[in-house]
Ligand binder design. Structure first.
Ligand code: GCU
Length: 611
């Protein structure tokens, strides 16, 4: 059969284009340290359409609209002429700030759970022809469907981790690009988290949106760490988006260290002795400028070098036992009742933790924004970072395990170079049963596979038996530390019962109290037996501190619940809660409650003994 070359060439190029477009539209590997790339911010006011009936996505027979459907909300909202019928449209009169949750931006959104379509137009001037373009989201809660100029780039699920899509060169115009993001924050049983949480379901494009322009071959990801049990050996690797044949230079100018490596492939590992490294610690959070470059691409970062490990039943930081003077934090600014997202927000929250004389924060119950972990690096706070495998996840559903592993991988990939992070946590207060322990063990193994340099943990189960606090959660066999949440004196008994508590812990590992707390409405006073009063919370903390002092030497720290009062739809006492969980040591306005000073006094005593 004589098939002309022209015919073959035509169909092959069409097939290649289709392949490119379909593949280009799936999620691309995460580009780390996005702010060090050549980027253009797409933050600002985006126009929106609230779409509780999913009209922009499904026709009236509930069939998914195809890309060409003129009534799809990702397609132009402009009528072709005066007769043309359009039943959707974006307008500056309806706009939302990005980044930011929608709940706090207008009263009508406070409890809204459903779909909101976001749209913005933008011009883009390519820096260099032949480069590649990626659309990067710091996070969208909970599901994002992203369209550019009427073409779908892809979808992402998970409310607290970054993702990016490649933009085909042919799709990105110099003027008036039409970017639409469908955001759906509805809760589902088979998602992570599941339908019940004790925090507000803030929906929206809650973190930064950027376009990144990179060369055809670029540095995708990298790791630089102190080799375990050394103080002067750095090891690491650099990964490229495609195999390269290039000379790679890695440099730490302040240490007068530079290494050149010939790379033939998409990844290269290295290690080297480096004299004079000042180790990172909360007391001295030393960060070094690191430069990684090839002929066509370069990137800089600020990285701290430290050791973290468990020895016997203590946690060792830089070869010395460390006691974690912690506090739990939600990613929320209570003064405005909104998601935290900015560097200023991170500074506010972490300086509040420092004012407590804390040296550690538990970022509950989901990966916080990158500003928080970078600020912890700078201010000197150790970090417990966690994925929202929270309470009654569907542990028997293999798809849910994939979702949890995806979020775990996105969290670790983004933050693997943050010295402040010492603990990856795979969940919180999950009920003990066979499927759950299997599920959680898989996550612990995955965390160690992705990053063997940090401790792995989870808030385990504890139960009271005749006044004895028993920790025999089977998952404790597989974590590096035994962490439990206890609320003796708030949910169980009164604070007077705390003095009689004995602990029975099955595992000879560092013991950490990952939550304890009592609720009080700031400014409400009574005697210490008056529930919800500041005096009750103060008494609770005094009894808790007295118990901490009676614990055996494997007691390695505590992160009380919680730094600030926070919004929760579960908290509906009309006088003392009104939609807020008020276990904060600081109230909605950042005012310290009486219990704040009890914990601070305890931490100051420890600081004096250990620093
Ligand atoms: C649990 C849970 C928290 C919750 C807290 C409380 O331990 O981990 O997310 O807010 O208790 O009841 O206040």
């Amino acid at each position: 059969m004589n098939i002309s070359f022209r015919f073959l060439h035509k169909w092959l190029s069409i097939a290649l284009m289709v392949f490119m477009l379909t593949n280009a539209y799936s999620q691309a590997p995460l580009i780390t340290n996005i702010n060090a790339r050549q980027t253009m911010s797409l933050n600002g006011q985006w126009e929106y359409i609230v779409d509780p009936y999913e009209t922009g996505f499904y026709g009236y027979r509930w069939t998914e609209r195809n890309e060409k459907d003129r009534e799809a909300y990702w397609n132009s909202d402009k009528p072709d002429n005066k007769t043309d019928r359009k039943e959707h449209g974006y307008t500056a009169k309806n706009s939302l700030r990005v980044p930011g949750d929608w709940n706090s931006q207008a009263e009508k959104f406070l409890y809204y759970e459903g779909t909101v379509w976001y749209k913005r137009s933008f011009d883009y001037k390519k820096q260099t022809n032949g480069n590649r373009f990626f659309l990067y989201f710091g996070a969208v809660n909970y599901k994002a469907d992203v369209y550019l100029n009427g073409k779908k780039l892809g979808s992402h699920k998970g409310g607290f981790t970054p993702f990016n899509f490649e933009i085909p060169d042919t799709l990105l115009k110099g003027k008036d690009n039409f970017l639409v993001v469908k955001v759906d924050n509805r809760r589902y049983k088979d998602e992570v988290p599941t339908i019940n949480t004790d925090w507000w379901n803030y929906g929206g494009i809650t973190r930064d949106v950027l376009i990144a322009e990179v060369p055809q071959q670029f540095i995708l990801d990298y790791s630089l760490q102190l080799k375990k049990n050394t103080a002067n050996e750095i090891e690491g690797w650099v990964k490229f988006n495609v195999p390269v044949n290039d000379k790679l230079t890695i440099e730490i100018p302040d240490l007068k260290w530079k290494k050149e490596i010939q790379v033939n492939g998409d990844m290269v590992s290295f290690s080297d002795m480096i004299a004079g490294i000042e180790l990172w610690s909360p007391e001295k959070p030393v960060l070094y400028k690191v430069k990684i470059q090839t002929a066509g691409n370069s990137i800089t970062d600020k990285i701290g070098f430290r050791n973290i490990e468990v020895r016997g039943f203590s946690i060792f930081l830089n070869e010395k036992p460390v006691f974690l003077r912690g506090i739990c934090i939600h990613e929320e600014i209570p003064q405005q009742g909104r998601r935290a997202y900015s560097s200023a927000d991170a500074r506010q929250l972490l300086l509040q933790a420092k004012s407590l004389s804390a040296n550690m924060v538990r970022l509950a119950h989901y990966p916080h924004n990158e500003n928080m972990t970078r600020m912890a690096d700078s201010l000197g706070l150790l970090v417990w970072s966690e994925i929202p495998v929270y309470w009654t996840i569907e542990f028997s559903n293999p798809e849910v395990l994939v979702k949890a592993k995806t979020q775990l991988s996105e969290m670790i990939t983004r933050d693997r170079n943050r010295a402040s992070i010492i603990i990856w946590s795979v969940g919180n207060e999950t009920p003990v049963h066979e499927a759950r322990t299997k599920f959680m063990k898989e996550l612990l193994s995955e965390a160690r596979r992705l990053d063997g340099s940090r401790l792995v943990s989870a808030a385990l189960e504890v139960h009271l038996e005749k006044g004895v606090s028993v920790v025999d959660d089977p998952l404790g066999e597989f974590t590096d530390m035994v962490a439990v949440n206890e609320y003796i004196g708030w949910y169980a008994g009164l604070p007077s019962s705390i003095k009689n508590v004995q602990w029975q812990i099955k595992y000879n590992k560092p013991f950490f109290i990952s939550e304890t707390g009592a609720e009080t409405l700031s400014g409400f006073h009574g005697d210490s037996l008056t529930r919800w009063s500041e005096e009750y919370q103060e008494w609770f903390y005094k009894e808790q501190v007295a118990m901490f002092k009676r614990l055996p030497p494997n007691f390695s720290g505590v992160s009380p619940w919680i730094l600030n009062d926070f919004r929760s739809p579960r908290r509906n006492n009309p006088t003392f809660q009104r939609g807020w969980n008020n276990k904060g040591l600081l109230d909605h306005q950042g005012k310290k409650k009486k219990a704040f000073y009890v914990l601070k006094k305890y931490y100051d005593e420890i600081k004096r003994k250990t620093d």
